[in-house]
Design a protein around this ligand. Structure first.
Ligand SMILES: *Cc1c(COP(=O)(O)O)cnc(C)c1O
Length: 462
């Protein structure tokens, strides 16, 4: 079938809502040039649903998506049109976001926080030249740099918080201890800088909702100390650390997210209800990106192990075409344990063997799973991994010449319906145009898209 439109290495499709396995095999059988290359199936339609969920859980907190988590420009443009702002950490991320905003005719004013407390001088100058006027800091060096290169910027003081329960700790690197705050605020005030608020990050992959309670309480203390130095803060930035919820259906992560929202909303009410004019923002990364991507890889080789084998704890080794130098770097950097599923459920009836799973590079470190029970697989069989959108593509490399998986973007029909209802209920964010692509081939369970409609599909998604 050639109805699908390719742009670069991407196809865009509108599919019936169905289980991931069906969506993937649909993409596989309908793509232009079938081959054995790995691919991402990227569900753009989940983003409006996630924004809606965010608004339900955190009605008064504007999200600034942490770009480092996954800088996919289509994702960024969808989020931008839904009124989400951006947390950028570098000149490159700022440039990407400004490009996305201007191509969507959206203003960049108030949509970017430069949330890296330790910035390169020329990046600060770039931020100034592009009107990015909100940045975080946690040290005196940064204050001197700002006073010289971007003295009018609004500054947000990042404080240290307890991140001991998080998958990825950040407080070993960033965040001013409470005891050093007087010194910092004193200097900021001497330099005539505009400190406007307080930020923190409880660590990525936070596992304990209570840390938000302590962090918000501490932030209030810093608001009070600000008064001693002539600052009346108005911005509280509660950072990231929110889990990704698979599929939006009831799940342990959704329950956990609800408990985080309880703690946060209660703590803000407790500690800040007497503080007039406060604006609260957050910097979720994983929450928006995690569930949007499914990664499919194919088996390229296998090796049966003998007792003399170094890997004799397993019966068989499978090699697939994306590894820890690729998107599975999340095993190393993000402490994830991705679990494969079989694309072809029929394979599941064959005998199950103790197997190990390896990436494609020539490095012995490149192992995805040490031991897993798998049916006998052949070269060309597909495995897929859900929840592969956060800290995967963003930090992959082409090591050994294995280039990035192909991107296939899709929306499901029920997600389009969701978009209509968002519009119908006077959605508080930026309104946008929706044009439904030609649905004549509805019985094929997929809707072909004409080249001219690609922009419209993207507007349909957003
Ligand atoms: C990484 C990062 C985030 C995003 O964290 P998540 O856990 O993905 O939500 C937000 N803010 C800052 C400053 C970060 O470094």
């Amino acid at each position: 079938m050639t109805n699908f439109l390719y742009e670069g290495n991407s196809i865009y499709s509108i599919l019936e809502r169905s289980p991931p396995r069906e969506i993937l095999s649909h993409l596989l059988t309908t793509r232009h040039a079938p081959n054995d290359d790995p691919f991402f199936a990227i569900n753009l339609g989940i983003l409006p649903q996630l924004v809606k969920l965010w608004k339900q859980l955190f009605p008064s907190i504007r999200p600034f998506y942490a770009v480092k988590c996954n800088p996919d420009t289509l994702m960024l443009s969808v989020l931008a049109r839904l009124g989400v702002g951006f947390d950028c950490a570098s000149k490159g991320e700022i440039r990407t976001v400004l490009g996305v905003l201007s191509s969507s005719n959206l203003s960049s004013t108030d949509s970017i926080i430069y949330a890296n407390p330790c910035k390169q001088l020329s990046h600060i100058q770039y931020a100034k030249s592009r009107g990015v006027n909100l940045a975080t800091f946690d040290n005196t060096c940064e204050l001197y740099k700002h006073s010289k290169y971007h003295p009018d910027s609004c500054l947000v003081l990042r404080i240290q918080v307890d991140d001991s329960s998080a998958l990825c700790k950040l407080s070993n690197k960033f965040g001013c201890p409470l005891s050093s705050i007087p010194e910092l605020l004193q200097l900021a005030s001497q330099l005539g800088l505009r400190v406007v608020g307080v930020s923190f990050h409880v660590g990525s992959g936070c596992m304990d909702a209570e840390v938000f309670r302590t962090a918000i309480r501490d932030a209030r203390k810093v608001f009070d100390s600000g008064l001693n130095y002539g600052y009346r803060f108005t911005l509280l930035d509660i950072g990231g650390g929110f889990p990704s919820c698979p599929g939006l259906d009831p799940s342990p992560s959704l329950t956990f997210l609800q408990s985080i929202s309880n703690v946060i909303n209660t703590s803000i009410a407790t500690h800040f209800s007497d503080w007039a004019g406060i604006q609260v923002i957050a910097e979720p990364g994983r929450f928006f990106a995690g569930s949007s991507h499914i990664l499919s890889v194919s088996v390229t080789s296998s090796r049966e192990c003998t007792p003399d084998d170094n890997n004799n704890n397993t019966n068989i080794m499978y090699y697939v075409n994306e590894g820890v130098y690729g998107a599975f770097n999340c095993i190393m950097f993000d402490h994830q344990q991705p679990q494969p599923q079989l694309m072809d459920s029929k394979t599941a009836v064959s005998p199950v063997l103790r197997s190990s799973l390896w990436g494609p590079s020539c490095d012995g470190l490149d192992q995805i799973l040490k031991e897993i029970q798998l049916p006998v697989l052949s070269v060309g069989d597909w495995l897929f991994f859900e929840q592969m959108g956060a800290y995967t593509r963003a930090s992959r490399s082409d090591f050994n010449g294995f280039s990035a998986p192909i991107n296939y973007y899709y929306v499901t029909t029920d997600q389009l319906t969701e978009l209509y209802s968002l519009l119908a209920t006077s959605h508080p964010y930026v309104p946008f145009l929706i044009k439904e692509p030609d649905r004549k081939e509805a019985d094929l369970k997929c809707y072909p898209i004409k080249p001219a409609e690609i922009g419209l599909l993207v507007s349909a998604v957003i």
